[in-house]
Design a protein around this ligand. Sequence first.
Ligand SMILES: NC(=O)c1ccc[n+]([C@@H]2O[C@H](COP(=O)([O-])OP(=O)(O)OC[C@H]3O[C@@H](n4cnc5c(N)ncnc54)[C@H](O)[C@@H]3O)[C@@H](O)[C@H]2O)c1
Length: 257
Amino acid sequence: MPDLLSDKTAVITGASSGNGRAIARIFAENGADVVVADIQKEPRLGGTPTHELITEQTSSRAAYVKCDVTSNQDLRAAINQADEYGGIDVMVNNAGVFAHNEDLFNVTEEDYRTMMDVNSKGAYFGSQFAAEKMQQTGGGNIINLSSINGDIGTKSNVAYCASKGAVKVMTYALADALGPDIRVNAIHPGMIETAQIVKDYDHLEEEQREERLDTIPLERQGHPEEIGKAALFLASDLASYVNATSLAVDGGVANTR
Ligand SMILES: NC(=O)c1ccc[n+]([C@@H]2O[C@H](COP(=O)([O-])OP(=O)(O)OC[C@H]3O[C@@H](n4cnc5c(N)ncnc54)[C@H](O)[C@@H]3O)[C@@H](O)[C@H]2O)c1
């Protein structure tokens, strides 16, 4: 198959680790130049920084830009960095935070604001700035990372659910606002083996882990590369008539739970 993203440039937030890193890698393997926009350069689970990995292992170009998605100035700088590679074609608003076992009654105003600022506001302004650029150059597409918790409410994650539900409907509204030249879609991951699960969930007992796996028809966690493949599809012309939709990559859990 020819490279699906030849001559394209992508900006991916949170691409130092996990899902964003896998998206960056598969985009680069398919011909895209990549801007890694993250608060930290080092992958949360260790390894070579994403932009170096891409430069070493693919023929694509890659740069790291220190970017906190809660800062509009940082977001603009990351998106402007894509000009070095011919301008942004694909924006992936992937950076996200997750609070484990949030207790509804203990969440503070600050906790809530952080959750919304990173997960929702970051995606909003990432989309706004990217779309401004894309409109000047003839178009592109935007992918937002929502979650299974953008569809299903869980008592242990009320604020996270709020932030990811917002991303879901924001995605549809953005598609309405930005057509016909810009497509906007969301990916809703289930339980994917990233630092969010491997590291941040380490308080879970083995028994609880097994219980969680039992709720998934495919009876396993997903791999970040499986989110990467979904993003590659949405970013490419294979998805040329796919717009304002949510692609669940969750082993089947959302529709069977
Ligand atoms: N792993 C899962 O099971 C799962 C499930 C559903 C949704 N998601 C979503 O997928 C996306 C990626 O998560 P992941 O699992 O790869 O997590 P991760 O923790 O492995 O990686 C997240 C990356 O985002 C970066 N980041 C955090 N805050 C940031 C900020 N303010 N500005 C810029 N970068 C920031 C981190 O440095 C890290 O590199 C998130 O939006 C997350 O909510 C993950």
